[in-house]
Write a new protein. Structure first.
Length: 188
C-alpha cells in the first residue's frame, strides 16, 4: 500500500462518518468528514506533510509559503512546512484568521507571511470553496499572490468548480469518493 492509500485509509477510519449532518456551509449531508481527527494526529501529520509537499511540486507551484483559514488548514500547512524543511527547500507556514482581533497587530494573515509571497492556500475539506476563497482574498489583500489551492479532501460537491471559476487552480490530495470506498460498511 502506498502513502496515498494509507492516508485514504486513515481518513476513512478516523475522519469519515455516515449519518445526517449539517455542514458549515449549512448544507445537509449523509457523509461527514472531520479531517481534523486525521490532520491533528501524529500519523496524519507524518503522512500529510510529504504528500502535500509532493502535490505542490507536481502542480509546479513554486511557492514561498503555505496556509489557509484557521483552524482546518493550520495542521496541514504546518505539516507541509515541516516536511519542506526536511527536504531542504523550506516553505513558511501562515494562518488566516476568521476575523481581525482588536489587539496585537490587527492582521488577518498571521505568521511569517511576507508581502510579495507566492503562496498555496491549503484547506482541509472543500465543500463550497468559501473558506479557501476567504483565505485567498485575505492573502491577496495583504500583498500575496495565490499560486493555487491545495485541499486535503474534495467532497466533490461543487467547491472545486467554484474555486476554478474564481480563477484558482485546485489540487485535491483525496476525493470523498475514495474515502467512501474504504469506509467500514457498518454505520458509525
Amino acid at each position: 500500500m502506498n502513502a496515498h492509500e494509507r492516508l485514504v485509509d486513515l481518513l476513512a477510519q478516523r475522519s469519515a462518518r455516515r449519518g445526517e449532518f449539517v455542514l458549515s456551509s449549512g448544507r445537509t449531508a449523509s457523509l461527514y468528514i472531520d479531517a481534523r481527527l486525521t490532520t491533528m494526529s501524529p500519523e496524519g501529520l507524518a503522512m500529510i506533510g510529504p504528500i502535500g509537499l509532493e502535490t505542490l511540486r507536481a502542480a509546479g507551484w513554486l511557492v514561498d509559503a503555505v496556509g489557509g483559514l484557521t483552524l482546518g488548514a493550520d495542521p496541514i500547512a504546518y505539516a507541509i512546512s515541516y516536511a519542506s524543511m526536511l527536504s531542504g527547500s523550506p516553505l513558511r507556514a501562515f494562518t488566516v484568521r476568521k476575523e481581525v482581533k482588536a489587539h496585537g497587530t490587527g492582521r488577518l494573515v498571521e505568521g511569517p507571511f511576507q508581502e510579495g509571497d507566492r503562496v498555496a492556500i491549503v484547506e482541509d475539506v472543500i465543500t463550497t470553496g468559501s473558506s479557501a476563497l476567504k483565505a485567498a482574498s485575505a492573502v491577496q489583500a495583504a500583498g500575496g499572490e495565490v499560486a493555487g489551492i491545495l485541499a486535503l479532501v474534495d467532497r466533490e460537491e461543487g467547491g472545486r468548480a467554484a474555486l476554478e471559476a474564481a480563477g484558482f487552480e485546485v489540487r485535491a490530495i483525496v476525493r470523498a469518493e475514495e474515502i467512501v470506498a474504504r469506509m467500514p460498511r457498518t454505520t458509525r
